[in-house]
Unconditional design. Structure first.
Ligand SMILES: Cc1cc2nc3c(=O)[nH]c(=O)nc-3n(C[C@H](O)[C@H](O)[C@H](O)COP(=O)(O)OP(=O)(O)OC[C@H]3O[C@@H](n4cnc5c(N)ncnc54)[C@H](O)[C@@H]3O)c2cc1C
Lengths: 608, 283
């Protein structure tokens, strides 16, 4: 059996930097609705969650990977230790950090909940999916449910008494959710009979909680086809009045990664005895309601990517500081030169700095999004000011970037991590091969990254008449203007300026394609564009961090603080000098839009 | 029952390789180290928490005051951590530098705090994981003229700390002692076994979870939020009437030799024995 050993690592200094030195979270602390929160408490919570991650969930990461889940007599059993970790998690209260006080939460800033989620997800991605999805499902009921439903379900789902899932996917309805065929037939008591098969349902069954509350997307008889005809139902495994609700686990999947997370095929109403309640009272609102959860879950997937990539990087760094191989290139003529650690080799330093800058960049983007949410909360629910609209707009616009860029890059960072270890990275003795396997799913679930890119280009760019996009580009431009002559950053800022122009140009290109009806070109290039825009956003945020760090470096600092700020400075410069310029080339490729993939015949791809 | 738990911050023993010795080898430098609560103190805190609660009802029934003597400005991070686990109050004593805080100074400061606070018990770690001197507890008891029981592994009281039955593990077996409070205990890590503490309030059939690798219970969110409202008092050396004056002179520090070789995990004892015979050739 795999040993329960923690490999998870995080650098909380960066978390604190982002919260309090770059994004100014303190502006909203100590007053409504965060009057209970101050800077010291936020930092302390993060330290304690990190401790929990290292001591409770972290040691189970490899165990869960090796053991996987079991299906016996129609019931799913999670890996050893998961149940205890579940109990400890809810006792500690970390999962309900950001939840509203009326449901037993601590109503913390979103930013704190998000960064805690990084620690929990990074220490054990598979485990954290169960409580993460339960919370997401509970939040949907809290937002759209009737008072009765809130009373029955929400607190129990938030405090770990019950679990929760989201059930969208079906055998013939993956990306195309609108093709769902699961049906809902009205019953006399106002509830609905549910019938259909859902596949790939994470946490679809497990033995950590007494009941599991499924949120099921289904079509009420007679509703229109497509997503507009879908409604969302609360379908508990055990009926509220007691007794089985005819939700059967047909099988669990055997996967590449996240083996500790049970991915289930669920049959609803096989014996015609499955009953669900409509979420709220209005039919055909399913997609709108599910979107609420999906936005939360999409950011959650971005966090998963960041979390795993970050630990992959820090483990790799530790290995590179220890592994001796070869001599310094400066001594290339001298065969008896002393052996050095691989950290001395220029290529390894480059890869490490690339990983570091990407990880910090993802964290900056995610933190920025979270702080927008906190600023919105501070303004109050029904604030309709320009400022509120601005924060809303940036959250909407940047969510697909967080989901898709962070998930794509997570896998890339893990790949680099394995490469940097050399042969050891490929072995199960070290954590990075599991990180790579676990992280691959992030670009697929919660809407594949292709779907995210179409969401960005097709919906988000033009939202509010393009206002959000303009505001974003305006923010970047403002930074560029203010730092164009920065003594240490001006070369890097010049790159950012070019990338900014390139992204602006590509937006216009899309507009042209839309107007000219060249839809296939849009689908052909949307993912490329999502990456371009992400690189621009992250280049900007990292350079902003670098400029703050450079100011700090002028003061009298302890050694570790000096090292930290120097690290921030070089993350910004490296990313801007090496990654941001890719945007410029990409814009040219996008504009030229080679149509070979459209022109080539199906047969020419190869024999059947 | 009122228990005083002294807490020292030490360089994280898990990162002991980061400890450095300064150029003239007369002191250990603390630059760049991550501080954690001395594990022995963390175990003592856990023991103290168990002595002052009705665990079955998750209710506090006694009082714990944690005291931390901290070089420099008086950093309260680890006091906050202790409050987050359930302790009632904190006292910070900002004092000098690490080198100035040898066991006799620490004992004097603690004795002065004890005189002000009048606890029923002082429960401290048997040693600090950095200097490993293991004498502060005994010195404190001497100054207070209190009894001391070192290396306690079990503590039981049924009269709120007036008397205790204490066990200590020795090379010759387990020694069981009866002692009257007030008393100084220093605890060993064994004190965290599920059945090691009986306070007469928690029902006898209550079973503490086996904490495994954990040093003690983790903080939880409700306690951390509550801890913000718990008081931390500052007592200066002047307040306590103690002067720094070092009884210990450090002659020289040398770092241990780096370890060679690599670690490997084995699945079974048989495999271990076999490897020790064939590969390591030590059996
Ligand atoms: C481990 C795991 C856990 C999961 N957990 C859940 C869960 O809890 N709940 C849930 O409901 N689902 C879950 N899913 C399902 C997941 O969300 C889907 O797999 C995903 O949405 C993709 O659907 P699909 O697999 O049917 O792929 P398809 O939709 O068949 O996609 C195949 C390929 O075609 C592309 N594609 C599809 N349609 C288009 C289009 N219109 N334009 C351009 N490209 C397109 C996709 O990007 C993809 O590359 C999970 C899946 C896995 C593997």
């Amino acid at each position: 059996m795999a040993q329960p050993i923690n490999r998870y690592k995080a650098d909380l200094r960066d978390f604190n930097f982002l919260m309090f030195e770059q994004f100014g979270l303190q502006d909203v602390l100590g007053k409504d609705p965060f009057s209970d929160w101050d800077q010291a408490t936020c930092s302390e919570v993060l330290s304690q969650v990190y401790k929990f991650a290292q001591e409770v969930t972290g040691p189970l990461n490899r165990v869960g990977d090796a053991q996987g889940c079991r299906l016996e007599d129609g019931k799913v059993f999670v890996p050893e230790g998961f149940k205890q970790a579940w109990d400890k998690l809810y006792e500690a209260g970390w999962r309900t950090l950001g939840a509203p006080a009326e449901f037993g939460g601590m109503a913390s800033p979103v930013t704190l909940a998000v960064l805690s989620d990084e620690l929990l997800s990074g220490s054990n991605t598979a485990f954290n999916m169960y409580p993460g999805l339960s919370l997401g499902a509970a939040e949907v009921i809290a937002e759209f449910g009737t008072d009765e439903q809130k009373k029955t379900y929400v607190e129990k789902m938030m405090n770990g008494t019950w679990g929760g899932t989201m059930c969208l996917s079906e055998p013939h309805a993956g990306s195309d959710v609108g093709s769902s065929t699961t049906s809902a037939t009205p019953l006399e008591d106002g509830r609905y009979k549910i019938k259909g098969t859902k596949i790939y349902i994470s946490g679809g069954d497990h033995d950590m909680a007494d009941n599991i509350v499924h949120l099921v997307l289904a079509r009420i008889e007679g509703a229109v086809p497509g997503t507009k005809g879908l409604s969302l139902f609360i379908v508990p495994k055990v009926k509220p009045e007691g007794g089985s609700n005819d939700v059967q686990v047909a099988s669990i999947e055997h996967k590449m990664g996240i083996n500790g997370s049970a991915t289930c095929v669920l049959n609803f109403g096989e014996d015609d005895d499955c009953v669900g309640e409509l979420v709220g009272t209005v039919e055909h609102q399913g997609m709108r309601q599910m979107f609420k959860m999906m936005n939360f879950a999409r950011i959650g997937v971005g966090i998963q990517g960041l979390a795993v990539a970050s630990s992959a990087y820090l483990n790799t760094l530790e290995y590179a500081r220890d592994r001796k191989q070869g001599s310094s290139i400066e001594d290339w003529k001298d065969p008896s030169a002393p052996r050095v650690t691989i950290l001395n080799h220029p290529n390894i330093r480059r890869d490490l700095l690339e990983m570091k800058s990407k990880v910090e960049g993802m964290r900056a983007l995610i933190t920025k999004l979270a702080v927008h949410q906190d600023r919105l909360k501070a303004l109050g629910e029904d604030d309709e000011s320009e400022t509120a609209a601005y924060h809303h707009g940036q959250i909407n616009l940047l969510t697909p970037l967080v989901k898709a860029y962070c998930s794509d890059e997570a896998f890339q960072v893990c790949e680099r991590a394995i490469q940097t270890y050399g042969g050891a990275g490929y072995l199960k003795d070290w954590p990075v091969e599991q990180y790579a396997r676990d992280s691959k799913i992030f670009s697929i679930y919660e809407g594949t990254n292709a779907i995210q890119a179409l969401d960005l280009v097709g919906r988000k760019l033009g939202q509010g008449g393009g206002k959000n996009t303009q505001a974003f580009l305006g923010d970047v431009q403002k930074f560029i203007k203010e730092h164009a002559e920065h003594p240490e950053l001006k070369d890097a800022v010049a790159r950012l300026q070019k990338a900014h122009e390139a992204v602006g140009g590509s937006v216009m290109q899309f507009l042209g394609w839309f107007q000219g009806g060249k839809m296939p070109n849009i689908v052909l290039t949307a993912e490329r564009f999502l990456h371009m825009m992400s690189k621009l956003a992250i280049g900007w945020l990292l350079l902003e961090g670098a400029s703050i760090a450079i100011e700090k470096l002028k003061g009298d600092l302890s050694e570790p603080e000096k090292a930290f700020y120097e690290g921030k400075k070089f993350s910004g410069i490296y990313y801007a000098m090496n990654i941001v310029p890719e945007v410029i080339g990409d814009a040219k490729t996008l504009k030229a839009c080679d149509e070979s993939p459209l022109a080539i015949s199906d047969a020419a791809f190869g024999p059947e | 029952m009122k228990i005083l738990v002294p807490i020292k911050r030490v360089a994280d023993p898990a990162n002991a390789n980061k400890v450095k010795v300064d150029d003239d080898a007369t002191k250990v430098t603390s630059e760049g180290l991550e501080w954690v609560m001395n594990p022995f103190d963390e175990w003592s805190l856990e023991a103290a928490l168990r002595l002052t609660e009705n665990a079955a009802e998750k209710a506090r029934v006694g009082e714990i005051v944690v005291v931390s003597i901290t070089p420099g400005e008086g950093d309260t991070d680890h006091i906050r951590e202790a409050l987050g686990k359930g302790a009632e109050r904190g006292i910070v004593v900002p004092a000098g530098t690490d080198e100035q805080l040898d066991a006799s100074v620490v004992a004097k400061i603690l004795a002065a705090v004890v005189k002000k606070e009048e606890p029923d018990v002082v429960l401290m770690g048997k040693q600090a994981a950095d200097g490993d001197s293991a004498v502060a507890g005994t010195k404190l008891a001497e100054l207070l003229e209190w009894p001391v029981v070192n290396y306690a592994t079990n503590i039981a009281t049924s009269d709120e700390g007036k008397t205790f039955e204490v066990k200590r593990e020795l090379d010759i077996g387990v020694q069981t002692l009866k002692v009257e409070g007030p008393v100084v205990f220093t605890s060993s890590d064994r004190i965290l076994r599920p059945d090691s503490i009986k306070n007469g309030v928690t029902p006898d059939d209550f079973e503490y979870a086996d904490l495994g690798d954990l040093n003690s219970r983790l903080s939880n969110l409700k306690n951390i939020m509550a801890a913000r409202k718990k008081p931390i008092d500052t007592m200066t050396l002047d307040d306590l009437g103690v002067e720094l004056g070092v009884g210990t002179e450090y002659v020289k520090f040398t770092l241990p030799q780096g370890r060679s070789g690599s670690a490997e995990f084995v699945e079974t004892v048989d495999e271990l024995v076999q490897k020790l015979q064939t590969e390591a050739k030590v059996l």
